[in-house]
Every structure is written in structure tokens, then in C-alpha cells.
Design a binder for this molecule. Sequence first.
Ligand SMILES: NC(=O)c1ccc[n+]([C@@H]2O[C@H](COP(=O)([O-])OP(=O)(O)OC[C@H]3O[C@@H](n4cnc5c(N)ncnc54)[C@H](OP(=O)(O)O)[C@@H]3O)[C@@H](O)[C@H]2O)c1
Length: 325
Amino acid sequence: MKAVVITTPGDPEVLQLQEVQEPVIKDHEVLIRVAATALNRVDTLKRKGMYELPSGDTPYLGLECSGIIEAIGKNVTDWKIGDQVCALLYHGGYAEKVAVPAAQLLPIPPGVSLKDAASFPEVACTVWSTVFMTSKLSAGETFLVHGGSSGIGTFAIQMAKYQGARVFATAGSEEKLAACKDLGADIVINYKTEDFVARVKEETAGKGVDVILDHVGASYLQRNIDSLNVDGRLFLISIMGGANAEVNLNSLLTRRLTVQGARLRFRSPEMKAEIIREVEKNVWPAIGAGKVKPVVYQYFPLAEAAAAHRVMESSKHIGKILLCP
Ligand SMILES: NC(=O)c1ccc[n+]([C@@H]2O[C@H](COP(=O)([O-])OP(=O)(O)OC[C@H]3O[C@@H](n4cnc5c(N)ncnc54)[C@H](OP(=O)(O)O)[C@@H]3O)[C@@H](O)[C@H]2O)c1
């Protein structure tokens, strides 16, 4: 089969489509013929060698995919050859075929094309496990997502609206803010021209929001804490703005705040399987009802993975970027 290989850590050009060995499935796995895989920001860091590179049997990028089951392991009972699925992967999606534990498969959501289904596993599992399973955002509460136009942000806005929250989103351009509004955000804030803490306070009668989902980290930490309501919850999923911060802890005590973080890929297979089940139960009906839609910015052939990485690194995209073998 063909897969996109990182020939050496570096610029997008190091991504080359090459002939490689097909993956061999284990008893609890299925083999998927990939229809589409989606880019994730971390793929660009792995390509540069700034993050643990994929290893093992399928050392290719790609944390999610959609496709058709081509073979099943002998312990797999819930799925059959020919089923159309999407999946959360450990890696290996930038390929014509990938092996994945059956517990990490989801059916194609109703009303979504086979290709576009590849845009959901990573964002749905990340957002559902953090904002909803852990931070317990509920109807009537207020929610702020930074990077509202990102793959994560475009999903989080829609899902939080569906769950009955009042949604705030930040982004770095007017075009991105307009997209956040179209997806249902109630309040959009251009963080380049506006102080998001002041705007959040103004829009919440001085209280702050109940839950924040943040990918910026250190440079936003004090401002995120200052933007939270009493009993507020901040969930960190990345540290694009740095890892080391000094903050005033007083308000954590007086306003009973929770600061938490997680990376989906470091969760155990058992936890991933539980998240997958919860996503199918809670997110798939929202997609089926047309309330949460795939947001795909651009499709690229697998052979043009380098061009796709360049688009992601330009940060001009809104939503997900897909690669199609
Ligand atoms: N913990 C987890 O399990 C998990 C899972 C999935 C994703 N993530 C993280 O969530 C974030 C969003 O992921 P994604 O795949 O949806 O990314 P994405 O679509 O590439 O969007 C990232 C957005 O971040 C903003 N940005 C770019 N460079 C930045 C910088 N240096 N500092 C701060 N913001 C910057 C840009 O929006 P603006 O132009 O508006 O600034 C960009 O559109 C990433 O950091 C990713 O690593 C974490």
C-alpha cells in the first residue's frame, strides 16, 4: 500500500508518499481501507521532530480516519467486513490502510458523507471528554472556547450550543469570527484587538464564564482564571502559548476554581473506548439531527500532504483539513 512517510524531520516537503508494508491486524483490531484522514495540529509538530514521532508497525501520521472495513481480527464481533466506519487512531491514518482496535470505531454519523466523517473522531472525543465528561458544562451555563475557528473550536461551538450553553469564542480575524457566529457562537471576540477578560465580564454582568476550553496555556492562564465565574472550570488541551506561567492562586481559593488538563492520545485504550461509547451516545444524535455539522476547509489528495500541512501552518483555515487517498 501507499503511505505518507516522514523522510526526515523538517519542513512539509519531508512528507513523501511511498510504497510500504500493509499493516497486520491483531485479534482485537480491524483493517480499514481509508477514505479520508484529517490533519491535527500536533501532526505538524511531529513532522518537525518536536513531538514524539509515530513508531511501531505503522509509523505514519494521522490520528483519525474514515473508511471501509477490509478485514477483522478473530476477537472482533461487533463489526463486519464492508462496514463504513470512522475511527480514533493512535497514528497511521496518512495511508491507504490502517489497523485500529475495534473499540475505537464509530459508525458513520447519519447524514454525513464517508469522507467528511473523518473530521469528527478527534474533535468529538477531545471536546466531549473534556468540556462535558469532566468539566460538566450544562444547559444554561456559559462557555468560552479559544481558537473558535480551529478544528476543535468549530466543533466545540456547535456542541455547546446544542447542549444549551451560551457560547463565547475568540479568534484572530474578522473572517474567523464571522464563521464562529455562523456556527452558533453568541459572543465573538477578536483577541488581537480586544481584551477578552473585559469583554467576558461585560457580557456576564461581571461574573465570568462557567467553563473555558483553552489551547494557549501559559500566556492565557492568569487571564483565563480572571474570566471564570464562581465554581468555574478551565480545561487546558494544549500549550501553544507556552508551558510555564506564574499566577495569583488566590482566586482559585475564593472562587473555588478548577484547572485541569489532558491529552487524548495519552489516555489508556480502556479510557479511549469509554470516550468512544459516550461520544456515540451523546454526540452522534446531535450530528444525526443536523445540529452539529462537519466543517471541512479543504480536501487534498494523500500525495499532497505537504501542501495540506502548509495550509494548517498558515493558520488561515477554518475547521478541518482532510487528506483523501
Ligand atoms: N489535548 C488534546 O487531547 C487535544 C486534542 C486535539 C487537539 N488539541 C489541541 O487543540 C488545539 C487546536 O487543535 P486543532 O487541530 O483544532 O488546530 P487548528 O485547527 O490548527 O487550529 C489552531 C488555531 O490556533 C490558533 N493559533 C495558531 N498558532 C497559535 C499560537 N502560536 N498560539 C496560539 N494560538 C495559535 C489559530 O487560530 P487564531 O488565528 O484564531 O489564533 C489556529 O487556527 C491545538 O493546539 C491542538 O494541539 C489537543
